[in-house]
Unconditional design. Structure first.
Lengths: 274, 102
């Protein structure tokens, strides 16, 4: 548990068991894994990419976003800037001062871009899964998505039905998401977030990898992302949906490590086993 | 070995109660208890437990790496006994190798 930006954030670190990543001048970036909004927690990264990254030699930081998992849940303060402030304060509290490799799932990727727009000199690379930078079209879709979840869960029997279809733990999580949406202003604040100026986003110069599920609507944003950040490598995993990170961790891992080697000149070959 | 496991199981039970807080059941935790089905622990609770174990046993056990190596499906089926055995083995190995090494 780490105190940052006035709240307590549930944080986990995985230190590399072996030597640091090779083949690069300058210090090894710290990998920071940022999960998605509403029903997500650091678990989606912890059980997929965290250990492989740390074994490859990256000091790895995971945290639960405010309102999520085991972090504090203030009633308000859920605009993009609040999440970016949390990340900056967390890194300061952890004394992480070197370059960063930011990985974000869904809206976690948007937080990564938001951080990079404010601190471009800190970010050595960005990987997003099913995400986009904070641009109006993506925020419109986030608004719709949140509204749909917020309307569905409080309905009588909705959580029970999830329990019948997907088990007790899934029902617990759905109930938790419903509590979060009713106890906070996230549903209203997040889609109405002030956005970084387009030129600040366009000035992000680091390598970018954007992964999408071929059957997810989010992939429709890929052309706009590439127009904004031409260095972006886009990879589409066929037949996959928004939950591609937890549904296809091996393929995500392979694509991320290939990109790290090719676009970031990081020697991560030692880590591709298991 | 058996008594070492008993001690670890007792330790682990205390930490599970601390992680679950108000949601802890009164049920007895055994080697066959599953985290997900029996204890109703979500994956995030397992991570919180991993953090506590890392604090308790340090790098000797490398517990976070053990847990993080599991995938989400395996975590759902994880039994308390698997963790107890992993801890017991790591501690025994550390004793053999001697202090100061992993």
């Amino acid at each position: 548990m780490v105190r940052a930006n006035g709240i307590t954030l549930h944080t986990q670190r995985l230190d590399p068991p072996g030597p640091a990543v090779d083949g690069r001048t300058g210090p090894t970036p710290t990998a920071v894994l940022i999960h998605g909004m509403a029903s997500d927690t650091m678990a989606s990264w912890y059980f997929t990419l965290a250990e492989p990254l740390s074994r490859a030699g990256f000091p790895t930081v995971l945290y639960d976003l405010r309102g999520h998992g085991r972090s504090d849940r203030p009633a308000t303060g859920y605009a993009l800037d609040d999440f970016v402030d949390d990340l900056a304060a967390l890194l300061a509290a952890l004394d992480v001062t070197g370059p960063l490799l930011l990985l974000g799932n869904s809206f976690g990727g948007t937080i990564a871009f938001g951080y990079a727009a404010r601190h471009p000199e800190r970010v050595a690379g960005i990987v997003t899964v099913e995400s986009a930078p904070p641009i109006p079209e993506w925020m419109r879709r986030v608004r719709e998505r949140l509204a749909r979840v917020a309307a569905r869960l409080p309905r009588e029997g909705a959580v029970t039905e999830i329990g019948v279809r997907r088990g007790r733990v899934a029902a617990q999580r759905a109930a938790e998401t419903q509590r979060m949406l009713s106890d906070t202003t996230l549903e209203q604040e997040l889609p109405a977030s002030p956005l970084p100026p387009a030129e600040a986003l366009a000035a992000i110069g680091c390598p970018v990898l954007c992964l999408y599920g071929g059957d997810s609507a989010v992939v429709e944003l890929a052309p706009e992302v590439r127009a904004l950040l031409p260095q972006t490598r886009v990879e589409v995993l066929p037949d996959q949906r928004h939950t591609v990170l937890i549904d296809r961790p091996q393929e995500v891992r392979r694509l991320v490590f290939a990109w790290l080697a090719e676009s970031c000149s990081l020697d991560v070959t030692q880590s591709t086993t298991a | 070995m058996a008594s070492a496991q008993d001690t670890i199981l007792a330790d682990l039970t205390e930490m599970i109660d601390a992680v679950l807080g108000d949601f802890a059941d009164d049920q007895v935790v055994t080697m066959d208890t599953t985290f997900s089905e029996d204890l109703g622990m979500e994956s995030i609770d397992v991570i919180a437990l991993a953090g506590r174990l890392q604090t308790r046993y340090g790098d000797t056990v490398n517990f976070a790496h053990f847990v993080a190596k599991l995938d989400l499906d395996t975590v759902r089926e994880l039994k308390v006994g698997q963790l107890v055995n992993h801890i017991a083995e790591s501690l025994a190995q550390a004793d053999e190798v001697g202090a100061g090494s992993r």
